[in-house]
Design a protein around this ligand. Structure first.
Ligand SMILES: Cc1cc2nc3c(=O)[nH]c(=O)nc-3n(C[C@H](O)[C@H](O)[C@H](O)COP(=O)(O)OP(=O)(O)OC[C@H]3O[C@@H](n4cnc5c(N)ncnc54)[C@H](O)[C@@H]3O)c2cc1C
Length: 371
């Protein structure tokens, strides 16, 4: 098949873009060096929590809230079309305070969210005990925001990949792109070992590895890996109803009682693995949030790399090389921002005028000048 668009990377970003562009009518080929979902997208907790992650940044908050609502629509669509439940639940989030200083911070966060018309409830320790009895009784109070949600990233990724294939996109696993081929200031396709694949457009969605791919007009360290370690267990009954943040970590509860605890943020390059220090850190945060977890069995642990950027925002859209687009660098919010990213890439391909949001995420801000 001759593709109109080659997407490099089969994480949630690459799969979401493939689904969206295939629905737009493009012939899409996704090249994945391992298998779809091999990296960060399967490691994520699935928190769709812009009010906690981005409350201090109006633009990031707005982008996150929009994308969270696109998730709600996408979940309905995937259920209707393919009968797949991706675990989207508007469960809400709670943030605990363990000191007067943290209580004051929660007040500041609530005021800033209320300015954006977001409803927040300030809970006393008694309210907290009533609403989430497993929360640490040492918490002095909490902030509850009901509009945030969660999704199950692995289920979402398989459903979106399935959707993309049903819409005619092709996937090639085990295909490591060695370079993007550029001639006369235009992307012509990619290099796969000795094989050359041609396409009018190339979208690089290779997560933490994006700017390592030769042929891109970026310093190789523009997008860099930030390791996160996680632990999972089960509790019966499910330990919390909401996603609970506190002590620098979080506890996410699925309806079947599965509990995900995170996470570390480590600049250790591409060093894979689980460390004693990382586990101690995650366990310390999780048991501070929910002391009962101290007696839970560790069922799984894993780590992966969040794609970090110098300003904390992703790089989405066209580069100065015609036909070459980026969709990467989503750091802690790549699951949240995947549907919005797919929409922005689709808009850029259609030549639609750039919205204010799209301008803010433009890769041009980190591009190396042409030589
Ligand atoms: C522990 C942890 C918890 C997280 N929790 C959340 C959360 O709760 N909510 C949230 O919104 N976000 C969360 N994130 C962040 C989120 O997981 C990422 O931002 C998101 O998954 C990035 O998706 P991606 O598709 O860009 O990258 P990835 O999922 O890493 O996919 C990139 C793909 O590109 C492939 N690739 C790389 N190089 C090449 C090449 N040369 N040729 C072909 N293929 C290539 C890789 O094999 C990989 O499959 C978390 C991340 C971590 C690590």
């Amino acid at each position: 098949m001759h593709a109109d668009v080659i997407v490099i990377g089969g994480g949630l970003m690459g799969c979401s873009i493939a689904y969206r562009l295939a629905k737009d009518g493009a012939r899409v080929l996704v090249l994945e060096r391992s298998i779809p979902g091999a990296e960060a997208s399967s490691a994520a907790a699935g928190i769709l929590g812009p009010t906690v992650e981005s409350f201090g940044d109006a633009l990031a908050l707005q982008l996150g809230r929009r994308s969270r609502e696109l998730h709600a629509e996408l979940a309905d669509e995937l259920d209707e079309l393919f009968g797949v439940d991706v675990g989207f639940r508007r469960c809400g989030v709670v943030k605990l305070a363990f000191s007067d200083e943290e209580l004051a911070e929660l007040d500041g966060q609530a005021s800033s969210l209320e300015l954006h018309g977001i409803r927040c409830d300030r809970w006393s320790s008694e309210d907290l005990r009533h609403e989430e009895p497993a929360a640490n009784p040492e918490a002095l109070g909490a902030l509850s925001i009901s509009e945030d949600a969660q999704v199950e990233p692995k289920k979402l990724l398989s459903a979106v990949a399935l959707g993309a294939e049903r819409e005619g996109a092709s996937f090639r696993s085990g295909s490591t792109v060695r370079a993007v081929n550029v001639e006369g200031g235009r992307a012509r396709g990619v290099q796969l070992g000795d094989e050359v694949l041609e396409a009018e457009r190339v979208v690089v969605a290779a997560g933490s590895w994006t700017t390592l791919i030769p042929g891109l007009p970026f310093d190789s360290e523009t997008i860099y890996p930030v390791r996160g370690q996680m632990i999972a267990t089960h509790t019966r009954p499910p330990i919390f109803r909401r996603i609970v943040f506190g002590a620098g970590g979080y506890v996410v509860t699925r309806p079947d009682g599965r509990v995900l605890c995170g996470s570390t943020t480590e600049r250790v390059g591409f060093e894979r693995g689980i460390t004693f220090g990382g586990m101690a850190d995650v366990i310390g945060k999780a048991t501070r949030i929910a002391p009962a977890l101290a007696s839970a069995a560790i069922e799984e642990h894993w780590s992966s790399f969040r794609p970090g950027t110098p300003d904390g925002l992703p790089l989405v859209g066209e580069t100065r090389i015609e036909g070459l687009l980026l969709a990467s660098g989503h750091y802690r919010n790549g699951i949240l921002l995947a549907p919005l990213t797919a929409e922005l890439v689709s808009d850029a391909m259609a030549g639609n005028p750039l919205s204010r949001e799209a301008q803010a995420l433009s890769p041009h801000r980190f591009e190396e000048p042409a030589r």
